[in-house]
Design a protein around this ligand. Structure first.
Ligand SMILES: [Zn+2]
Length: 331
């Protein structure tokens, strides 16, 4: 799709693009898009012969990092490249395409959005622009969320946090649905899609590259304390058990460096520490701010989780969300 077509689409001629009202002011009246500066190159990290990701250096979006704070990934197959999450903007999507070109001449044949948070789908625009026929796959609940306000919310969030560094980005919906349970063949590569229930969101997709024993976890696991508002502690604990059972050798995350299966252990321990303690202290009649110092004093929290980005500022919010979940699970 060229820019004119894209703009026409953005003004309502295509069902594939949403968030128009929020996007209109970003374009000059002569029909030319004002586009923020390109994203600087961040080289891809090679995990296996097929699996790569681009490691964000910062845990949060900022004007300096152009709102680049998550890890887009890609899988090089004999049939073409499969991208897992596209970053926070068209500029970051274009940067991902440049890094892919350094590794392979093959075209991008598919894009997977693991969930509906903006750092995982706003870069879709770049891939549709490079290849209007590219398949963008996600869970139906991801598509619904982006359509029903999520796209506009995350576009605004990234603009505010990057000093309008994502200008020119058009919210671009996935165009094909995955439910979890699918096995996709891309030439020599088998990609299994898993959905283990509500974890980081109600619709996280986990992407397993069978031949390389490598698993893209999306945001279901991270050594970072950021956002549990759409998630579930009990569901994350269950998802970590299932992710561990996949028997991966490498686990690639939406945020932070990749690792072995210990990432599942850490995420499970983190959620168990918070949720089980919240349940216990709730029974004892404590409020969330009374239980916070007790939970923070537990060995795993003190020795391991306290070094994770966002811990000091956000762990209290996580405890409050856990208390809500404890209350919900009583009925
Ligand atoms: Zn997320």
């Amino acid at each position: 799709m060229n820019r004119r077509d894209l703009l026409k689409s953005a003004f309502g001629l295509s069902a594939g693009l949403v968030g128009m009202s929020a996007l209109k002011p970003l374009y000059a009246s002569d029909g030319l898009a004002f586009k923020a500066d390109p994203m600087y190159d961040v080289p891809a990290t090679k995990v296996t012969d097929r699996c790569y990701y681009i490691l964000a250096q910062d845990p949060e979006p900022s004007p300096e990092n152009h709102a680049f704070f998550n890890n887009p990934g890609f899988i090089v197959t004999s049939e073409g490249v499969v991208v897992v999450d596209t970053g926070s903007s068209v500029q970051i999507g274009e940067m991902v395409l440049r890094q892919i070109k350094k590794v392979t001449d093959k075209p991008v044949v598919a894009v997977i959005n693991t969930h509906y948070h903006g750092d995982h789908f706003l870069g879709n625009h770049a891939f549709i622009e490079a290849n209007p026929k590219v398949e963008i796959l996600s869970h139906q609940a991801t598509i619904d969320n982006i359509k029903n306000g999520g796209g506009e919310f995350w576009h605004g969030f990234m603009q505010r946090n990057s000093n309008n560094g994502i200008s020119g980005t058009v919210v671009t919906l996935p165009n094909k649905v995955l439910n979890g349970g699918e096995t996709l063949k891309f030439g020599d590569t088998t990609v299994k899609i898993h959905q283990f229930g509500k974890a980081h969101t109600e619709c996280d997709l986990i992407v397993e590259v069978v031949e390389d024993k490598t698993i893209f976890l999306g945001d279901t696991a991270m050594r970072r304390v950021a956002n549990m508002a759409d998630g579930s502690f009990v569901g994350t604990i269950d998802t970590m058990k299932k992710a561990r059972d996949l028997g991966g050798k490498n686990y690639i995350l939406g945020h932070g460096p990749h690792d072995g299966v210990s990432i599942c252990d850490d995420m499970q321990a983190f959620c168990e520490n918070i949720y089980n303690s919240a349940a216990k202290y709730y029974d004892e009649g404590l409020s969330d701010f009374e239980m916070k110092p007790k939970i923070m004093a537990q060995p795993f929290m003190k020795d391991v989780a306290s070094s994770w980005p966002g811990y000091e500022s956000t762990v209290g919010k996580f405890i409050a969300v856990a208390v809500q979940e404890v209350e919900q699970n009583m009925f």
